[in-house]
Design a binder for this molecule. Structure first.
Ligand code: TRP
Length: 329
């Protein structure tokens, strides 16, 4: 992987406010790549077409797009070094998704974890989009010849499928696509949620950074603990509060808190409060900026339009080549 020269692309569904897990595992590391490491602009697709598969109230998607864009900007993304766009502004992506789906076995798609989880819940209400979701994600990546894909651990299988469908297409039609590689952030690819499982919106165990103080506090209060008394010594290594704290605080504070757990006379109420303060401090500027940006819809629209214009230029060129290869011209 060559962070400097290879095209980097990531995507994020517009299904709500990005949570702490999204921030630490994908958003912040990608901003660092975009602002400081990559020579070329980094592509960020706000995947509103993917969101259509699981949103009951479609009017929310629009609001969520602004939330996501404001999050990236509040966290410091330099828009001169990134192309951030709404997935649906590039209709070529759905065209490519169709082509790709003709080069991939139906049976294999039915075995994808994200699909299987959903059909286990409720087979009757699943839409076709949930099944073909990975084809759209592959199109999102392959349309731009992206090579490095920063993602959370839960997306690794989707990247595998992207490689597989690209390989199938290349084998049958001749070399067309670059094979992408997932980039996960080792320290943060597993951010623990409030119930001790991986933080994920669908599990209802998230901590949102860009939310009111009251709700943030409530989310932190929801963190599961055992019932050890205030006085007793506690093991920081098996503690959910500490496992989140240590991803955010300085080495010095981490050590101090560790000792507090071990020494006792430090209860879970105090520990949760320390985590709350830590999040407020760590993201104080970002939270202020988010609240300003989210009101500036015209400014946000301008950034999305700009991004779409640049992304579309590449998309049009590449889809035209693919149509040629498929003999559609
Ligand atoms: N499926 C991804 C998720 O839920 C979002 C996504 C859409 C994506 N398109 C992408 C991620 C392209 C990486 C590259 O997190």
């Amino acid at each position: 992987m060559d962070y400097i020269k290879d095209r980097i692309l990531t995507g994020i569904q517009s299904t709500g406010l990005p949570h702490l897990g999204n921030l630490l595992s994908v958003i912040l590391p990608t901003i660092d790549l975009a602002n400081n490491k990559s020579l070329n602009p980094v592509f960020i697709s706000i995947a509103n077409l993917h969101s259509l598969t699981n949103i009951k109230n479609i009017s929310f998607i629009k609001k969520y797009i602004y939330n996501i864009l404001a999050t990236w900007l509040a966290c410091g993304l330099n828009t001169n070094k990134a192309i951030i766009y709404k997935q649906s502004d590039i209709p070529e992506v759905t065209e490519l998704a169709w082509y790709l789906s003709c080069f991939f076995k139906y049976k294999r798609l039915t075995l994808v974890h994200s699909f299987k989880d959903k059909i286990n819940n409720n087979m009757q209400s699943i839409n076709v989009g949930v099944l073909t979701y990975p084809m759209l994600m592959a199109a999102d990546i392959l349309l731009y010849n992206a090579k490095i894909i920063p993602v959370g651990k839960d997306q690794l299988q989707h990247i595998e499928i992207t490689r597989k469908v690209a390989k199938n297409f290349n084998r049958i039609m001749g070399k067309t696509f670059i094979l992408p590689t997932a980039l996960t952030n080792e320290n943060t690819m597993y951010v623990t949620g409030t119930d001790g499982k991986k933080m994920s919106k669908s599990k209802n165990n998230i901590i949102n950074v860009f939310i009111s103080n009251e709700i943030l506090k409530k989310q932190i209060q929801n963190i599961r603990t055992d019932n050890k008394s205030f006085q007793s010594s506690k093991d920081p290594n098996t503690n959910i509060i500490f496992s989140i704290y240590k991803l955010l605080a300085s080495k010095k504070s981490i050590n101090e808190i560790k000792n507090k757990y071990l020494n006792g006379n430090y209860g879970y109420f105090e520990a949760k409060n320390d985590l709350y303060q830590c999040i407020l401090n760590r993201f104080s500027n970002e939270r202020k900026l988010f609240n300003t940006l989210i009101k500036e819809k015209l400014f946000l629209d301008k950034i999305l339009n700009n991004g779409a214009e640049k992304a579309r230029e590449i998309a049009i060129k590449n889809i035209s080549n693919i149509r040629n290869i498929l003999g559609l011209k």
